[in-house]
Write a protein that binds this ligand. Structure first.
Ligand code: 0O2
Length: 220
């Protein structure tokens, strides 16, 4: 029995990364279709860019350790939601919520969890909207639902998060208070930039009313 369990674990260990990769590919296709539909309909797609990655084994192990889970493939599949991760960067905050509404209504994926760090930023200032979704993969053995984490951000949020990740995110010492405060201040500045761009878009939209929608000038 022990040998059989072990053999099964080895098999899972080989197939899991392949499944996560397929799930990301399937999701990428769906996002591409949404992008091109938006492009054709409005002359502009609010999705600026999309990046995906499979989490490094070392990073998975560190996360399991940080969260206090015993190392097993079962625990990894159950508790580590971002082994397959996709980041979608949008032009405006409004577009993020439009995309979430659309994804929530689809029948070809399940939304398992929504974490809205835009409405409720983390104490350090981090803003993004995270979705944990499950994508069905039709396999020879039947349908298997695979988890993917989607992080949705604006360009300004992405700039802040990328810089903070480089500067601090996994830095294991306490930051001096003034540095932490300045990082938070930078997050507020990113938020203000988003608000300003939204106001400008509205204004430009009003100015161009009557001329017909140009690129990036559809109604919000
Ligand atoms: P990495 O190296 O980016 O992959 P839970 O889902 O509740 O069990 P988790 O996964 O910690 O716990 O949830 P959360 O807070 O949604 O974070 C998931 C991911 O969001 C992180 O993955 C980061 O990518 C990103 N993130 C969360 N908080 C911050 C932050 O303060 N700054 C930055 N730059 N990114 C953040 P990892 O595995 O922690 O890291």
């Amino acid at each position: 029995q022990i040998n059989e369990d072990f053999a099964k674990q080895i098999e899972d260990f080989k197939t899991l990364p392949v499944l996560y990769r397929h799930a990301l590919n399937e999701l990428q296709n769906k996002i591409d279709v949404i992008k091109s539909e938006w492009q054709v309909r409005d002359g502009f797609s609010p999705i600026e860019h999309v990046k995906s990655r499979i989490k490094e084994p070392k990073s998975i192990l560190q996360k399991m350790q940080r969260k206090g889970y015993e190392f097993s493939l079962g625990n990894m599949e159950q508790y580590i939601h971002d082994i397959a991760g996709m980041r979608i960067v949008c032009a405006f905050v409004k577009d993020i919520y439009r995309l979430v509404d659309h994804l929530s209504a689809r029948e070809d994926m399940r939304i398992l969890e929504i974490k809205d760090y835009i409405a409720h930023p983390k104490p350090n200032g981090y803003q993004s909207l995270h979705l944990i979704i499950a994508i069905p993969l039709i396999l020879l053995e039947g349908t298997r639902w695979v988890k993917v984490e989607i992080q949705l951000r604006t360009l300004a949020m992405d700039f802040w998060a990328s810089m903070e990740h480089i500067l601090y995110y996994k830095f294991d010492k306490q930051l001096p208070a003034h540095v932490a405060e300045e990082l938070k201040e930078a997050a507020r500045a990113a938020d203000e930039l988003d608000q300003k761009m939204l106001r400008l878009r509205r204004e430009i939209l009003e100015l161009s009313e009557g001329d017909g929608p140009g690129p990036g000038q559809r109604k919000a």
